[in-house]
Design a protein around this ligand. Structure first.
Ligand SMILES: [Zn+2]
Ligand SMILES: [Zn+2]
Length: 363
């Protein structure tokens, strides 16, 4: 599994471009004796079916990388800049391949195990909804997935009922003014100064407008305006993400962005346009499914509070009861960081969890 993981790590592909990755997964599954199909161009579905009828359990791994240039210094770093497995999805892929190898070797007497190798988790609207539209969840009784998690120490597993990961929505704000000479600002409408004020003002959504006990995040992660030090640009574009759990809070955030955006821009004579896209629903784990998962991780169970990261595993949970667990992979740098590394010993734990959850559901 470490060899598989390092091969994938050396050849990362960003969301919706996982051509070599999915070909590698399909070939490996085929060699293991797993029935392989390709629900979309860059995803893979594996099936092991028993001769007797029984429950259908789906196990999911996401396979995509991020548009980051790696700085970790590991010997199996990518050959090309611009893509990196900085979230651990290379490990997820290797763990699910490991589970497929184990279950293929011992055989599935009854029911069915489905191995979902999902493309495009890191980019909304995400690959999960395409796979569901392609029918991968038809007849599924139980769905399980896991994320390697470096803030959690190696050897620990977290499976938590209820709200677990936040809704992840995305927005783009376009501030338009009037370009001009940087030395004559009174003849222009300065979009940089206006948009800079808007970035700060948006933080009032969480700190002043929402109930302090309601979890929410508004992050502007991208600010683009201008190319020259002596030119006032006519346009500034901000892009960001909003996170929440409560459906009312989720619906309120775009209204507040709109209100604050119009207010700030009106004060500075600029125009404002908001494009808000609802991304992933919150990941809410089924209580009974969590109990089943916890029962096969008795030794390693850890307490972990819900996080405001999002994952389109929520789309599967809308189709069948299930659980999204976190596997401790202890490391110094956060997910999505150019120096992100995982503790590879965690692969064995994640694989065993996949296998034991499948065995337990199949009885
Ligand atoms: Zn990620
Ligand atoms: Zn991830």
């Amino acid at each position: 599994m470490i060899a598989w993981r390092r091969h994938l790590h050396r050849h990362p592909e960003v969301s919706f471009h996982e051509h070599e990755t999915s070909a590698f997964v399909a070939q490996t599954l085929g060699e293991l004796g797993v029935e392989v199909s390709r629900p979309t161009e860059t995803s893979v579905l594996g099936r092991l079916a028993g001769t007797e009828p029984g429950p259908v359990v789906a196990l999911r791994a996401d396979i995509d990388a991020l548009p980051i240039t790696e700085e970790s210094g590991v010997e199996f770093a990518p050959e090309r800049p611009g893509a990196m497995h900085a979230c651990g999805h290379d490990g997820h892929t290797a763990m699910l391949l490991g589970a497929a190898a184990t279950l293929a070797a011992e055989g599935v007497p009854r029911g069915e195990v489905r191995f979902i190798f999902q493309h495009g988790e890191e980019l909304a609207p995400g690959g999960a909804r395409e796979l569901i539209a392609a029918g991968v969840m038809e007849g599924v009784d139980f769905v399980y997935g896991c994320h390697l998690w470096t803030p959690l120490e190696y050897g620990k597993v977290a499976a938590v009922p209820g709200d677990w990961m936040a809704a992840a929505d995305f927005f783009e704000l376009r501030v338009t003014g009037r370009g001009g000479h940087a030395g004559l600002p009174h003849t222009a409408v300065d979009t940089v100064a206006c948009a800079a004020e808007l970035v700060g003002a948006l933080q009032h959504i969480v700190s002043r407008r929402l109930d302090p006990l309601a979890a929410a995040v508004v992050t502007v992660g991208s600010f683009h305006a201008g190319d020259a030090p002596n030119v006032i640009p006519g346009e500034a574009v901000l892009r960001g993400t909003a996170r929440s759990f409560d459906p009312d809070v989720r619906a309120l955030i775009p209204k507040l962005i709109e209100e604050i955006g119009h207010g700030v821009c009106a004060a500075h004579r600029a125009d404002f346009e908001l494009d808000f896209v609802y991304g992933y629903a919150p990941v809410v784990n089924d209580a009974a499914a969590v109990e089943l998962v916890r029962s096969v991780a008795a030794e390693e169970l850890a307490d972990l509070a819900p996080i405001m990261g999002g994952d389109d595993f929520s789309a599967y949970l809308a189709e069948a009861p299930g659980c999204y667990a976190f596997i401790g992979a202890g490391g110094a740098f956060p997910h999505h960081h150019p120096r992100f590394v995982i503790d590879e010993r965690a692969l064995a734990i994640g694989t065993r969890m996949h296998v034991d959850v499948a065995r337990k559901v199949l009885g």
